[in-house]
Design a binder for this molecule. Structure first.
Ligand SMILES: Cc1ncc(COP(=O)(O)O)c(C=O)c1O
Length: 448
C-alpha cells in the first residue's frame, strides 16, 4: 500500500475520534466513521457492514468503489486533471455533447459548475440576464436549492416552516429578499376538497396571482424541483409542472428545473423528459460526476448566455477528471439498463412499503417515483400529525441494525430510501426487512 494511504488507514479509532473536535461540520453531527465501500454497502472502521440507502448525499449512483469508474479515472489522470474554465478540452466537449443529446429538444448549451448551489445561482443569473428589470424569483414552499446565501434564501431553510427559524437562523439579516414562495402541491397534506386536482388548481392560481399582485417588478423565473426531495420527498404532479410552464410563458419569466436529485433517480434521464415539460434551464449536480464534485446547467436555445467579462468564473468549474467520470457513468447507465432497474427496484420497494404500511399505521404515506422513496410517519393516520420522534427512532435503530436511511424536511418525520441505482431486488428486500424490524422496535420502544 502507498505510504500515505498506509498512514491514513492505520489511524486508531481513538485517534480518529479525538479529531472530531477539530473537524467542523456544516450540518448534523459526527457519527459512524467509514473505512470502505463496495456497491450498496459501506463498512465502518470496526468492520461493521451497512446497506447505504442514502448513496451519500444521493450522489453515488453506481455504488461505492465502482471498478470501471476507477479504471477510467486512473487512466485519464495520466493525461489531464484540473483545467481552468477558459481552457478547452475534449472531455468537456464530449460530456456537453452527451448531455445535450439526452436533454429535451431545444436545449443547446451546457455550463459546468463546481456544485449544486453554484449551478442554481448560475441559472438565476441567466434568468436575470434574459428578463430585463427582473426583481424577483418565485420558489416553492418545501423547496430546497442549496445552502449558499442566495440558494438558502430560496429554500425552506430560511423560512419559519418548523415553527421557528432553523437552518438559516444566523444569516437571516443578510439574506436576499428577491424570493417569493408559493404553495406547493403537496397532495398528502392538502386539506382542501377530496379531489387532488383542486390542490393543483389552487397552487397554480396562487402562483399566477402572486406574479400579478404580490411583486413590485418583473419575475425572472420560477425555480422548482420536479420532486421536492429535501422538503419531504414530494413528487409534483405532471399537470402542475405543465401549468408552471404555461404561467412562465404567459408572464415572460423562465422556468428553472432543479434536477439535482431527479437526474436518473426519477427513472428517466431527466424529470423534464419523464413529464414532457421542457424548462428554460435545467440544473444538475450531486451524482452527475459519479462521486466527483461537479454540477452543470443546461440552457435552452435562444437565451442570452454569459459574456466574457467575468460574469460566472470559478476555479474548479472545468475539472476534466469529473467530466470523464460523468461520461463513463452515463455509458454504464445506458449499457446496463440502469434506468429500467431504477423503475423495477423502486416500484418493488414502493409496493412492499405499502404492504408494511398495512401493519404499521404509524406510516401515514409512502411516496415513490423511481428510486426516490419517502416514508412519512404520523401519530395518527386521520389527523396526519407529523411524528418526528417515531421517524428519528426508526432511523437510529435501523443504523444500529446496519441500514443507513436518510431523513427529510423541517418536520423531520420523513425517512428516505434512496440507494445507489444499481441496487438489486434481493438487496432491496434485505434493506426492507431491516426497515420493518426497526419500525417494529421503534413501536415497542415508544409504545405506539
Ligand atoms: C434539489 C437540490 N438542489 C440544490 C442542492 C444544493 O447542492 P449542493 O449541496 O451541491 O450545493 C441540493 C443539495 O442537497 C439539492 O438537493
Amino acid at each position: 500500500m502507498d505510504s500515505t494511504l498506509e498512514r491514513i488507514y492505520s489511524m486508531s479509532p481513538e485517534e480518529a475520534q479525538a479529531m472530531n473536535k477539530h473537524v467542523m461540520l456544516g450540518s448534523g453531527g459526527h457519527g459512524v466513521c467509514f473505512e470502505k465501500g463496495k456497491g450498496v454497502n459501506l463498512w465502518d472502521i470496526s468492520g461493521k457492514k451497512y446497506i447505504d440507502c442514502t448513496s451519500q448525499g444521493w450522489a453515488m449512483y453506481l455504488g461505492h468503489a465502482n471498478e470501471e469508474i476507477r479504471q477510467t479515472v486512473y487512466e485519464h489522470m495520466g493525461n489531464l486533471g484540473h483545467l481552468n474554465q477558459n481552457s478547452d478540452s475534449l472531455p468537456r466537449y464530449a460530456l456537453a455533447k452527451k448531455l445535450l443529446e439526452l436533454a429535451p429538444e431545444g436545449m443547446d448549451r451546457v455550463l459546468f459548475a463546481i456544485g449544486g448551489s453554484s449551478a442554481i445561482e448560475a441559472a438565476m443569473k441567466i434568468a436575470v440576464k434574459n428578463v430585463p428589470g427582473a426583481r424577483h424569483f418565485i420558489s416553492l414552499q418545501d423547496g430546497y436549492h442549496g445552502s449558499s446565501l442566495t440558494t438558502g434564501a430560496a429554500s425552506w431553510l430560511s423560512t419559519k416552516s418548523a415553527g421557528m427559524f432553523t437552518g438559516f437562523n444566523s444569516f437571516l439579516s443578510i439574506l436576499n429578499d428577491v424570493f417569493i414562495r408559493v404553495p406547493n402541491p403537496f397532495l398528502y397534506r392538502w386539506d382542501g376538497s377530496a379531489n387532488p386536482e383542486d390542490c393543483i388548481d389552487y397552487c397554480l392560481k396562487v402562483t399566477r396571482e402572486t406574479i400579478m399582485r404580490s411583486t413590485s417588478g418583473p419575475v425572472a423565473g420560477i425555480i422548482v424541483e420536479p420532486l421536492q426531495a429535501s422538503g419531504g420527498q414530494i413528487p409534483l404532479p405532471k399537470r402542475y409542472l405543465q401549468g408552471l410552464r404555461k404561467i412562465c410563458d404567459a408572464f415572460g419569466c423562465l422556468l428553472i428545473f432543479d434536477e439535482l436529485q431527479t437526474y436518473c433517480r426519477i427513472g428517466d434521464y431527466f424529470a423534464a423528459n419523464k413529464y414532457g415539460v421542457t424548462p428554460d434551464i435545467m440544473c444538475l449536480g450531486k451524482a452527475l460526476g459519479a462521486g466527483l464534485p461537479m454540477a452543470a446547467i443546461i440552457v435552452r436555445e435562444g437565451l442570452e448566455g454569459f459574456g466574457p467579462l467575468g460574469e460566472e468564473v470559478h476555479t474548479f468549474s472545468n475539472n476534466s477528471i469529473a467530466q470523464v467520470a460523468a461520461l463513463k457513468q452515463l455509458d454504464i447507465i445506458e449499457r446496463d439498463g440502469i434506468l429500467a432497474n431504477v423503475n423495477r427496484v423502486g416500484d418493488y420497494i414502493g409496493d412492499r412499503l405499502r404492504d408494511i404500511q398495512q401493519v404499521f399505521p404509524q406510516i401515514g404515506d409512502v411516496r415513490q417515483v423511481g428510486l426516490h422513496v419517502g416514508i412519512e410517519f404520523v401519530r395518527d393516520p386521520e389527523t396526519k400529525e407529523p411524528d418526528m420522534e417515531f421517524a428519528q427512532t426508526v432511523k437510529a435503530i435501523a443504523l444500529m441494525m446496519g441500514l443507513i436511511l436518510g431523513d427529510a424536511g423541517y418536520r423531520m418525520n420523513v425517512l428516505k430510501i434512496k440507494p445507489p441505482l444499481i441496487m438489486t431486488i434481493e438487496e432491496a428486500e434485505e434493506a426492507l426487512q431491516i426497515f420493518t424490524a426497526a419500525v417494529g422496535a421503534a413501536s415497542q420502544k415508544l409504545g405506539r
